[in-house]
Write a protein that binds this ligand. Sequence first.
Ligand code: P6P
Length: 283
Amino acid sequence: MKDIFETIKNVAFEIDHAIKTEDLGYSESENSSGEEQLKLDVQSDLIIEKAFANVSSVKALVSEEKEGVLELSKTGRYTVCYDPLDGSSLVDVNLSVGSIFGIYEGELEGKNLVASAYVVYGPRIELVIATRESKPMLYLAMDSKFKQLGEITMNEKGKLNASGGTQQHWAEHHKTFIDSLFQEGYRLRYSGGMVPDLHQIMLKGGGLFSYPSTTDKPEGKLRQLFEVIPFALMYEQAGAEAIDDRGERLLELVPSHPHDTTPCFFGSKYEIAALKTAYGING
Ligand code: P6P
């Protein structure tokens, strides 16, 4: 997988450059979830597709911005599922955004995720890579190279609460639970960008990120293959947890369609245990 990680490092610099120089307008097209695409979404997707075109270990690509599977090589071993520029609508207000990569071997489902990576495009470019055998490793871009900064471990209990979704559409028990965390003194940290929001909780000692089932989005908003399962590996390898609203591990999800979404909760052990109690989930 080394060739995949090296490709992601190269892509990170290209997309960062595009963010800082390309037109921020909307393209004429929509993505597979029916969302309007920024020219930057299309540009970032193209950068990734070109970069992986000749990476021998990659069998196929699946993009959050497109329908279907792009077959690259019959001899490749891995399928890379990616969100090229998550939260791209935040670029025009100069907030951090990110790219997310899930590396799967075999059928596209949670148990076949072998590694994941994400890039945060912010005041600095940061990259995090995790495998099934390793804790998440943090890298910082310096002089067009990535410097390894160290492993990420999350505390048993944190202080940050990233509560996603439209509050007027939250279930009553979810609202009561989220409010109880604030009553305990948790700090609201939510930018609307999944990558920086989850990255902050990982690096600042823990807490809870939640994007629940809501009346307007009963199956949640975040995509299983490109966003949720890759971050579930990050959180579990950092010593935290990642579950859905039935208490099932997100790493055990089996999407029936590449663009399926799910309610999702990522957090330190204390917060996930508290959520399970609030949701009436045993164990
Ligand atoms: P809401 C960005 O559009 C995104 O897909 C994720 O990056 C982010 O966590 C979520 O949507 C924010 O959604 O409904 O809270 O604005």
